[in-house]
Design a protein around this ligand. Structure first.
Ligand code: NAD
Length: 257
């Protein structure tokens, strides 16, 4: 097991990539502090990890709320004694042109994705610095490199995560802490399913016309969350000890066209 004895705090763990990531890290021996806004699904995840012989606990943390982050990190440290790995994964997506985007929609996106990454990293890295050890992995996106119609807020947040992580990586390298991003392409999760099933589904058609296929191996298929968790797992493990400030793209060739 690559992560035996480690403790990982995963945000947005109740579904999608975060849920798969929590399971994958637990399979490699990590104890999981599973965080999201919704307790019910977290309890199911904790039970699944326990049933497989692992250890986990649920922490309700809204990453848009600094007080909840502070107290959630404190509770996780009180329960498990340390945090070796932080996965900043919680996120939302909404579809608005800039002309139609309200300040509230902008703030909700930036507060969840970018401010949440900043604050979770701030409070967890303070503890990691004391131990001179740690791994921070943030789920950015191919939208960390590329623009997209009706996605200016999401794209700004995802670009911001890359810049934030590079800067934090410089600050934390002297403390033995690695800070990296994983950049998924189109992944089959409740987030993407929700968009496809909504009135915004047609937006995906617009996007497809602009970008071409999302998956060069199989244009019909989206990637699964498990493909991303393999990258997060590697960036959380000793195997990537000399990788920092990087953006690992897992997109089935989407961005090379
Ligand atoms: P999802 O909607 O399936 O899951 C999102 C998770 O984040 C849920 O657990 C939800 O409860 C949590 N969350 C949302 N807002 C939160 C908040 N304020 N506080 C705490 N938790 C919150 O989404 P997903 O597709 O699994 O996406 C996970 C991450 O991957 C996101 O950052 C997303 O932007 C990114 N991403 C997704 C795709 C994709 O195609 N699905 C592609 C690239 C990047």
């Amino acid at each position: 097991m690559k992560l035996a004895g480690r403790v990982a705090l995963v945000t947005g763990a109740s579904q999608g990539i975060g849920h798969a990531c929590a399971l994958a890290l637990a399979r490699e021996g990590a104890t999981i502090a599973a965080a999201a806004r919704n307790r019910e699904k977290l309890d199911e995840l904790v039970a699944a990890i326990a049933a497989a012989g692992g250890q986990a606990a649920a922490f309700v943390i809204d990453v848009a709320d600094e007080d909840q982050i502070k107290s959630g990190v404190k509770q996780a440290l009180a329960q498990f004694g340390k945090i070796d790995i932080l996965v900043n994964n919680a996120g939302i997506d909404t579809i608005f042109s800039v002309a139609d985007m309200t300040e509230e929609a902008w703030d909700e996106m930036l507060d969840t994705q970018l401010r949440g990454t900043f604050l979770c990293s701030k409070y967890v890295s303070a503890h990691m610095v004391e131990r001179n050890k740690g791994k921070i992995v943030t789920t950015s996106s191919v939208n960390g490199f590329l623009g997209g119609p009706k996605q200016a807020h999401y794209v700004a947040a995802k670009h911001g995560m890359l810049g934030f992580s590079k800067s934090l990586a410089i600050e934390l390298a002297p403390h033995g802490i690695n800070v990296n991003c994983v950049c998924p392409g189109a992944i089959d999760t409740p987030m993407s399913q929700g968009i496809m099933a909504s009135k915004d589904g047609e937006w995906l058609g617009e996007l497809g016309a602009l970008t071409g296929p999302w998956n060069l191996f199989n244009p019909e298929a989206m990637l699964e969350s498990e493909e991303i968790t393999q990258a997060i797992l590697w960036l959380s493990s000793d195997a990537s000890d000399f990788v920092t400030g990087s953006a690992l793209v897992v997109d089935a060739g989407f961005t090379i066209k």
